[in-house]
Write a protein that binds this ligand. Structure first.
Ligand code: UN1
Length: 480
């Protein structure tokens, strides 16, 4: 067992302590304290925003090459140290070690991708309708961004919001989830070691009140948030009131459609990955598995059998395929939904009991067989290793079921039919669609986001990130 980390805020390049100490325990072993983090009061948020505002103009005026080099170095450092960072991530959040190392590597690659994007802050020239006049657009930095990030991707999501903000000349104040302070601290350290000027990136640790102080701060020109719909609504009200930019991602209820002509082994792999890996704690998780009636029973049997072979246990144990849930709140929520499912008439098929005696938030994977679209567990995000299995008489009904509900992040279809795959791709109501792939596990260099209640504002990641993190200026020049 390692010694607990004593964490701080980072303001203006300096470690700052805070009065409240919050313990974060390892969800695989509640006897282990991973980190102790402070809580930023509003006055510290003020200081962080002031530090960001002071540092931002020089950062925006720096050569894009300087911004690119720093992000590239940060990516290289993080990639080099991905195993140690992944270990810490597994202990702090509960992802299995390969998943955790994968996330650290992904965060590194995001930093490197945006190192390239820093050199591509392009505009366009337009023929003015007036002779003798040139018209052009420029992209400029916006100012200070407040970033509010969740615990389920504790370094990848902070990286994918921070990297484009910095690449395009903005400064950042990050408020990570209070459940994963140590991974946010890793990002702060890596950026500092890469040579980021003091104040360009600031970190305030804390829970909801710290986030609210940041979102409501008049010195913050834009807010990017990933988390729950309830918090998202409150953030939207506040940012619209003071006309700040806003980008939000608030989860999904993602369907994976399995058609009768599917390669069933592939379909089982997609369903296992989508529904259960990362303990189902992904906004892109396949929480609704919609199966064509002709193969429903055969598929369910194979899926249940494969699920029973997934070892549930300590995130650091190499045999583990499903780590713990991240917290007691998450555990209680998932258990509550399992009771609701039983009450609504679903049949609960459970995976193996945990292969450990340690105290942790272990939840075996569960399939909810005989689920219908009307059940709460088919409509509400559970955020745990739980997959509802719904029967559809044919493709058309499967598509109708897939499109039910008021969110639309990711969707998948497993089929050998090109025409049905193409139809699904065009008609499913989501921001991301996967053919013969799981709904979760996205690339780091293409746009990410959903429709309806899943997302708000411009897309995150890839080349689309420039929309949110820059503002356009249109210039007219008359000459002779
Ligand atoms: C993925 O599926 O690879 O919070 C990423 C989440 C998403 C990220 C999912 N914003 O789960």
């Amino acid at each position: 067992m390692s010694q607990p980390l004593t964490l701080t805020h980072w303001i203006g390049g300096v470690r700052r302590e805070g009065p409240v100490a919050r313990e974060r325990r390892n969800p695989s072993n509640l006897d282990e304290v991973v980190a102790v983090a402070p809580e930023a009061a509003a006055v510290l948020v003020d200081e962080a925003v002031a530090a960001a505002a002071a540092a931002q103009p020089a950062w925006a005026e720096a050569s894009p090459e300087a911004r690119s080099d720093i992000l590239d170095r940060a990516g290289a450092i993080l990639f080099e140290e991905r195993e140690a960072v992944g270990r810490l991530l597994a202990r702090e959040e509960g992802k299995t070690l390969p998943e955790a190392i994968g996330e650290a590597a992904r965060a590194a690659r995001i930093l490197k991708f945006f190192a390239g994007e820093a050199l591509r802050r392009t505009g366009m020239t337009v023929d003015s309708v007036r002779p003798g006049v040139d018209a052009a657009t420029y992209r400029q930095a916006v100012g200070v961004f407040g970033l509010i990030t969740p615990w389920n991707f504790p370094i990848a999501i902070p990286a994918w919001k921070t990297a484009p903000a910095l690449a395009f000349g903005n400064a950042v104040v990050l408020k990570p989830s209070e459940l994963t302070p140590a991974l946010a601290d890793v990002l702060a350290q890596v950026l500092g070691r890469a040579g980021l000027p003091a104040g360009v990136f600031n970190l305030v640790q804390g829970a909801g009140a710290t986030g609210a102080a940041l979102v409501g701060h008049r010195g913050v020109q834009g807010v990017s948030f990933t988390g729950s719909q309830a918090t998202g609504s409150a953030i939207a009200a506040e940012t619209v009131r003071r006309q700040a930019r806003l980008q939000m991602e608030m989860g999904g209820k993602n369907p994976l459609v399995v058609l009768a002509d599917a390669d069933l082994d592939l379909a089982v792999r997609c369903a296992l990955d989508g529904a259960f890996f990362a303990s189902g704690q992904r906004c892109t998780a396949s929480s609704r598995i919609i199966v064509e009636a002709r193969i429903h029973d055969a598929f369910l049997e194979r899926l249940a059998e494969a699920m029973r072979s997934l070892t549930v246990g300590d995130a650091l144990d190499p045999a583990t395929r499903i780590g713990p849930l991240a917290s007691q709140a998450q555990y209680d929520k998932v258990r509550g939904y399992l009771e609701i499912a039983a009450g609504e008439g679903a049949e609960l098929l459970s995976g193996p009991e945990p292969a450990t005696t340690a105290r942790g938030w272990f939840q075996p994977p569960v399939l909810l067989a005989g689920a219908t679209g009307a059940m709460r567990t088919s409509r509400e995000e559970i955020f745990g290793p739980v997959g509802s299995v719904l029967r559809a008489s044919d493709y058309d009904e499967a598509l109708t079921l897939a499109n039910a509900g008021d969110v639309g992040l990711s969707a998948g279809i497993v089929t050998d039919s090109l025409s049905k795959a193409r139809h699904f791709q065009r008609h499913v109501r989501t921001g991301m669609v996967m053919v013969n792939l799981a709904t979760a596990g996205v690339d780091y260099h293409v746009p990410f986001g959903g429709v309806a209640g899943s997302s708000y504002g411009p897309r995150e990641q890839g080349q689309a990130a420039i929309e949110f993190y820059t503002q356009l200026k249109t210039a007219y020049v008359a000459g002779s």
